[in-house]
Design a protein around this ligand. Structure first.
Ligand SMILES: NC(=O)c1ccc[n+]([C@@H]2O[C@H](COP(=O)([O-])OP(=O)(O)OC[C@H]3O[C@@H](n4cnc5c(N)ncnc54)[C@H](O)[C@@H]3O)[C@@H](O)[C@H]2O)c1
Length: 272
């Protein structure tokens, strides 16, 4: 009973941002669980290197090259998926991230905000999930079921100083997640679910210099974050495996339109 409930064997799972810090760990985990994982990335060499690193799994990870903000790339990717598998079961939209130009530094004000940079971060984090969902939707309609998992951030629900564009883009992802959950139930199938995971702070290459000094000590900002995280530490990539596995499996089959924090309590904490 237990193993059937959480069974993800043979599921066809497409992951964007697969070669990133969180993406590579998640790709390896899901492949090790017997899923048929499609590693989507922009850089062929990086995708192949990731696949080379993942050995001994039942299904070899399948490479897919596409920029998530380029509709034509995604249409080509969809045709490849159609040809190889005929359908997909899961899409995890991991490609995304903050961008330095879309940040308001302590010395700046809103008057210094750069519209082109805000647009760029919106395009990657919002359109970079919206477009793959729209383009790959027909591949879910074959079976009239599936699980789409967006990756939000704590910056969406709890605005974080400096982080202007990225926080707005991830807040739009939260809204899109709920909107699509309803839309798909109404127009397609109640078994086509859409949820989001909102990670708290995970130490990665994107934020390492912001959170830690060269000697590994926390910066002032790193200390502020830890002080507001009841568990008192950053997350590790493997701490996302459980929630993703659950959202992919039938164990979550009555769950749609949710945004699930994985944040050591950051979202719950008022600071006092
Ligand atoms: N690390 C954290 O603490 C944290 C916290 C909350 C949310 N997140 C989110 O988790 C996701 C993964 O983050 P990460 O920490 O692994 O970052 P990362 O930078 O290591 O991974 C992001 C991946 O997306 C890819 N990418 C960027 N632009 C792309 C494009 N146009 N088309 C295709 N791929 C593109 C990058 O090449 C990279 O492989 C992101 O959406 C990020 O916003 C991370």
């Amino acid at each position: 009973m237990m193993s059937e409930l959480f069974d993800i064997d043979d599921k066809i799972i497409v992951i964007s941002g697969a070669t990133g810090i969180l993406g590579s760990a998640i790709t390896a985990y899901l492949a090790a669980q017997g899923a048929r994982v499609v590693a989507m990335g922009r850089n062929t060499a990086k995708v192949n290197a990731l696949i080379e690193d993942i050995k001994g799994t039942r299904h070899k990870v399948f490479p897919l090259i596409a920029d998530v903000t380029d509709e034509q790339d995604l249409v080509r990717a969809k045709l490849k998926l159609e040809h190889e598998f005929g359908k997909i079961d899961v899409l995890i939209n991991l490609a995304g991230g903050n961008m330095p130009g879309a940040v308001i530094t302590p010395e700046q004000t809103l008057l210094d905000a750069r519209i082109d940079e805000i647009n760029k971060v919106m395009e990657l984090n919002y359109m970079g999930s919206f477009l793959p969902i729209k383009t790959f939707l027909p591949l879910f309609l074959t079976d009239l079921k599936g699980s789409i998992i967006n990756i939000s951030s704590m910056a969406a629900q709890r605005p974080i100083t400096r982080v202007l564009g990225y926080g707005s883009a991830k807040a739009a992802i939260d809204n899109l997640t709920k909107w699509l959950a309803i839309e798909f139930c109404n127009k397609h199938s109640a078994e086509l679910r859409v949820n989001a995971v909102a990670p708290g702070f995970f130490l990665t290459e994107q934020n390492r210099t912001l959170l830690t000094e060269a000697d590994g000590q926390l910066t002032k900002r790193g200390n502020q974050i830890i002080a507001n995280t009841p568990m008192g530490r950053f997350g590790n990539p493997d701490e996302l495996f459980g929630v993703l596995h659950w959202l992919i499996s039938d164990a979550s089959k009555f769950v749609t339109g949710t945004i699930i924090p994985v944040d050591g309590g950051f979202n719950a904490y008022s600071g006092v």
